[in-house]
Design a protein around this ligand. Structure first.
Ligand code: WTA
Length: 645
């Protein structure tokens, strides 16, 4: 593997970087592992604590117990806002909001944002929300989403954000799983060519079956008329006008819950990943500072949606705890045209951009004329997250966007990890396209074989983490058994990531993808079981099996094999119905790219579907099906191959 090109950070980048050499990284890393208490004490002291912790960390992975900054009292909203305003930085820009329409944008200073957050917190309180209550946020990328998050954390309410493209059924299930008391949404949404995404309509449909919801608070984004149920539904602007902006931040225990975020599971329903307060904010801010080499005044843009963890940690909490200028964009990369990202970079003089390989591929496909139309000279650093990035895409990002001047940080992490775990530090780590490189401070990755033996040196296997880091999840909300089962039972004493990885001769990590039944579509994890379940609910469908296949833009596409009930013929209407069912039960992002009807699925004699074979057929590797003799009916394979889509 020594043939892989290495890209060293340029001298002028290094000269101003927080961490300037691999030696410096190594020294700090060693310190963080040998003496985590001293390392994290120093880092946590950069934040504000009402009361300092008594003990830095306590854990037992075998019991699924993890605690950080035990006994410490703090507040995330206070750290993200009050602290900066009180230190005299209230007039500095906190948030730049760029609307879907290129003529629409808005900025908030730290002082302005604090005022809005306090008012919103008072609205929540006025409607009975108390510390520990769950509040669901189902919104598009509007400033009120960030304001609502910070308002929840201010009073100790636990937010649960549901990505705005999820269907009303998905929303309903997530609200019910954590019995949210309030839902915050918007009348309707604008995104790309869509000018009226029915947010309140979906919210109403969901809440009809959510007994715990007492109030729906609705932001007017489009002004389109929506039904308002008296006694239950209230408008944001009406309520904000009734309250004052006096609202002290609640003293929260370091281990009090901060938020729940649902992520797909390889079996059954989504898991409510629970993050807590102290460790999360320490880790989110520290990673943001070092990974993006953030310096005062830099304009930082993470293009993710706040509905996913990347937006939680790296649009809102990490950057704001660091008093950064953070940007949030309502639209999509190709509206009004494929130059939009680069137009935004030019308009706001963005210094740091953090995006996903799927977006890079979609833009790359349209050629270099779009980025060439815009001045990208403000860019200093590029980031990527969500899936492995291919060398060609990395090179395009480096050459066409970064003009070979900007280091690229390929950051590996998960909803569960709360923050980036494996990543280059841009002034220190020479990068190799496609590798997330080295662990962040305090992170101890290991590569295990199937039996759970730790592999040394160059190796390939399963990626696990040996010791806790401050931002790791603490449980699956309401289901601690599932938490144990999913992350700690297969390899006792380790956190198991569900990813495969390789370590090369430099100790660099290369993520090889999921090793469980999860699809990574455009950087979004979707469980095969969820999609199969939704397809299975279509009238006339007997059974479905779903696998991934390589997709030019999405990274992985969804390939569905479907068998119909005896005597039922599949036709175009069936395809339409399948797509509708997936959209209804999950959301449009989970619709299959290809559907192949088959009289039978390849099953072992014990009835287990052999996905390996389905995957090979889906990717067109029909000459690599391997041993099919264990199938109950080997002739199934022939018909599957001949009918391949
Ligand atoms: C994948 C997103 C390769 C991985 C923050 C992980 C990546 C899953 C990378 C988590 C990367 C994320 N290189 N693969 N840089 N980043 N992944 O929970 O499979 O939405 O387990 O969190 O995405 O996805 P999630």
């Amino acid at each position: 593997m020594s043939s892989v090109a290495k890209f060293k950070p340029a001298a002028d980048f290094v000269s101003k970087a927080h961490i300037k050499s691999l030696d410096e990284y190594q020294k700090l890393y060693d310190e963080s592992i040998k003496n985590p208490d001293a390392f994290w004490t120093k880092k946590a002291e950069d934040l504000h604590w009402f009361k300092k912790w008594d003990k830095v960390v306590d854990f037992d992975f075998r019991k699924g117990e993890v605690k950080w900054f035990i006994g410490g009292k703090t507040n995330v909203s206070y750290n993200c806002l009050d602290r900066h305003v009180l230190a005299g930085h209230g007039a500095k820009t906190a948030l730049i909001w760029e609307g879907n329409d290129p003529t629409e944008s808005k900025t908030y200073t730290y002082a302005e944002l604090l005022t809005e957050v306090k008012k919103c917190a008072n609205v929540l309180k006025a409607h009975g929300i108390k510390k520990g209550d769950r509040v669901c946020l189902y919104m598009q990328m509007i400033p009120e989403l960030a304001i609502s998050m910070l308002a929840c954390t201010r009073i100790g309410a636990i937010h649960s954000i549901v990505f705005g493209a999820f269907s009303s059924e998905s929303l309903r299930d997530r609200i019910n799983d954590s019995s949210c008391k309030m839902l915050i949404t918007q009348d309707s949404g604008v995104r790309g060519v869509k000018q009226d995404i029915p947010m309140k309509i979906n919210a109403d449909a969901a809440v009809a079956e959510c007994p715990s919801i007492e109030k729906i608070l609705t932001v007017k984004r489009t002004g389109h008329k929506v039904d308002m149920q008296s006694g239950r539904d209230i408008y944001w602007h009406d309520e904000i006008a009734k309250v004052n902006d006096d609202c002290p931040a609640e003293e929260m225990d370091a281990e009090d819950p901060l938020y729940i975020l649902y992520t797909s599971g390889s079996t059954g329903k989504p898991k409510g990943v629970l993050h807590t307060t102290g460790g999360y904010i320490v880790y989110a801010s520290l990673t943001h500072k070092y990974v993006f080499d953030y310096h005062e005044g830099d304009v930082y843009w993470c293009t993710a949606d706040i509905g996913w963890v990347t937006g939680h940690s790296y649009i809102v909490y990490g950057p704001m705890a660091n008093r950064a200028i953070t940007m949030m964009y309502e639209g999509v990369p190709n509206y009004p045209d494929y130059g939009r990202f680069w137009q935004i970079v030019e308009k706001h003089k963005v210094n740091i951009i953090y995006t996903a390989p799927t977006a890079i591929r979609a833009l790359m496909k349209e050629g270099t004329s779009w980025p060439e139309k815009h001045d990208l000279s403000s860019l200093q650093l590029l980031g990527t997250v969500g899936e492995p990035i291919k060398e060609a895409d990395w090179n395009w990002y480096n050459e066409i966007i970064g003009k070979k001047r900007c280091p690229i940080v390929d950051t590996w992490w998960q909803t569960e990890t709360g923050g980036i775990l494996i990543t280059p530090l841009p002034g220190a780590t020479a990068t190799k396209p496609g590798s997330a490189t080295l662990p962040f401070f305090g992170v101890q990755p290991v590569i295990l074989d199937e039996q759970g033996n730790e592999l040394e040196g160059e190796a390939q296997g399963l990626l696990a983490i040996k010791a806790p880091w401050p931002a790791m999840l603490r449980t699956v909300y309401g289901d601690h058994d599932r938490f144990m089962q999913t992350y700690f039972s297969r390899f006792p004493g380790y956190y198991f990531t569900g990813d495969g990885a390789r370590r090369d001769e430099d100790g660099y990590y290369w993520i090889t993808g999921r090793v469980d039944d999860m699809l990574n579509v455009s950087g979004h994890l979707i469980g095969t079981a969820e999609v199969e379940g939704a397809i299975g609910r279509t009238e006339g469908v007997a059974e479905a099996a779903v696998v991934d296949f390589p997709h030019e833009i999405k990274g992985q596409g969804i390939y569905a094999y479907v068998t119909m009930m005896t005597g039922v013929e599949a036709d175009d209407a069936t395809i339409k119905a399948i797509n509708e069912s997936v959209t209804k039960h999950i959301g449009p992002h989970a619709k299959p790219d290809k559907i192949q009807f088959t009289p039978a699925l390849p099953k072992t004699r014990s009835g287990k579907i052999m996905r390996r074979i389905l995957r090979k057929i889906a990717e067109g590797a029909v000459d690599q099906l391997g041993d099919t003799s264990t199938l109950a009916d080997p002739t199934v394979v022939e018909s599957l191959v001949s009918q391949r889509k």
